[in-house]
Design a protein around this ligand. Structure first.
Ligand SMILES: Cc1cc2nc3c(=O)[nH]c(=O)nc-3n(C[C@H](O)[C@H](O)[C@H](O)COP(=O)(O)O)c2cc1C
Length: 369
């Protein structure tokens, strides 16, 4: 294949063997304290042996309990979380993949279920956006979460991860600070765009200090909201520029607030909803840019990379159905990923606490009728 898809790329000093990422995917397989389980090891074994350039873990919460987004989520809020990852990381390395940990704080979107009466850490109090009790964080509370992000990054490096990725998309805490839909503050954390990106820049610059000059710091970033009154593309692009200045090494362009996971039907796979945004980010920064959401077709992937709209292709759901998808693409098979983007994997994960392709489950059940 003449395209650049299977050629290496460097993120900072980290060399990745090809242009494919497994986008962070919550698998609901951690135990109740956030530790990896045997089921996690089996899932990562499939990913580790699938030829992926950079694997990103499901989002791991940095503060417990309030940073947690949902059940069965990995934690990275204390040192006991470190050892369980070591064999998984070693296996990734033995098979030529690099592996990054995604870290998150859910803020007002915490789905933490057991302590229903606890007040969530919110950027601002917005009752119509959260059914659960929440409060506007004090300066001290914000500082404590920044410290939690830094400690989590240090733990990820200690575990042996090749990089750390901040979850700055999909309405979690970074999105909540960035977006005027969630951020109504009038202090140094809200109002003008400079204030709404302060949290991002503080986390990145302090992580950079803690991790030294070379350790890769990445972000999955919702560069624009798709709801009126939210983050504009121009603001998002300036945030990208500032984050790189603060020490960021790579950006995966994803959904902001109001941009649901694309539920593309078969036949529509050439429309990559965030392609234009990724291309705009690429013009704004000099670090590698990945695009995620809806890529199912190798010809489309090639076109994105070869046109220069992005440096890497990131996929989540295709690897749920076919963790070894890239092995067949690399062999020259061109049929598209079997994932039909039905999105059923998400409710299955919520209900069954496991990661499974909904379409495969449906076909299996039909065959047994
Ligand atoms: C079951 C499931 C879990 C997910 N978990 C995460 C996550 O932990 N962190 C994250 O940034 N995105 C998460 N996502 C979003 C995906 O990484 C990805 O951005 C989205 O599915 C679109 O890409 P795709 O079309 O290749 O699936 C999840 C998606 C699904 C379906």
């Amino acid at each position: 294949m003449a395209s650049k898809l299977f050629t290496p790329i460097k993120i900072g000093k980290l060399e990745i063997r090809n242009r494919f990422m497994r986008s962070a995917t919550w698998d609901a397989m951690a135990d109740s304290s956030g530790l990896v389980s045997e089921r996690s090891a089996a899932l990562y074994h499939e990913l580790n042996t699938g030829g992926i350039g950079l694997i990103v873990t499901g989002f791991a919460y940095v503060s417990s309990p309030l940073g947690q987004a949902g059940i069965g989520q990995y934690g990275i809020y204390n040192d006991t979380m470190i050892p369980g990852w070591k064999p998984i990381i070693k296996e990734a390395h033995d098979n030529g993949s690099k592996i990054a940990m995604q870290i998150v704080h859910a803020g007002i979107n915490s789905g933490y279920l057991e302590k229903k009466d606890v007040s969530l850490d919110a950027v601002s109090v917005i009752p119509k956006l959260a059914a659960r009790p929440h409060h506007e964080m004090t300066d001290e509370e914000i500082e404590s979460i920044i410290a939690d992000f830094v400690a989590a990054g240090v733990r990820a490096r200690e575990a042996g991860f090749d990089a750390v990725q901040l979850h700055g998309a999909h309405g979690y805490l970074f999105s909540q600070f960035a977006s005027t839909l969630f951020n109504h503050r009038t202090d140094k954390w809200g109002g003008i765009p400079e204030n709404r990106r302060r949290f991002h820049l503080e986390v990145i610059s302090r992580l950079r200090k803690a991790l030294g000059p070379d350790y890769p710091i990445l972000i999955k970033f919702g560069v624009q909201d798709d709801r009126e009154g939210g983050l504009t593309l121009a603001e998002g692009l300036e945030t990208c520029h500032q984050m790189v200045k603060a020490g960021l090494n790579g950006i995966e362009v994803s959904a902001g607030i109001g941009s649901a996971i694309a539920r593309l039907r078969e036949g529509e796979v050439s429309k990559i909803v965030f392609r234009e945004r990724a291309a705009a980010v690429k013009k704004a920064v000099k670090v590698p840019v990945a695009v995620v959401n809806g890529v199912r077709n190798i010809t489309v992937a090639e076109d994105i990379i070869d046109s220069g709209d992005a440096d890497m292709i990131s996929m989540s759901r295709p690897f749920i159905r076919e963790p070894h998808l890239l092995l067949r693409w690399q062999k020259g098979e061109t049929s598209q990923a079997k994932c039909i983007s039905c999105g059923k994997c998400m409710p299955i994960a919520i209900k069954n606490e496991s990661l499974e392709c909904g379409e495969e489950k449906r076909l299996r059940e039909e065959a047994h009728k």
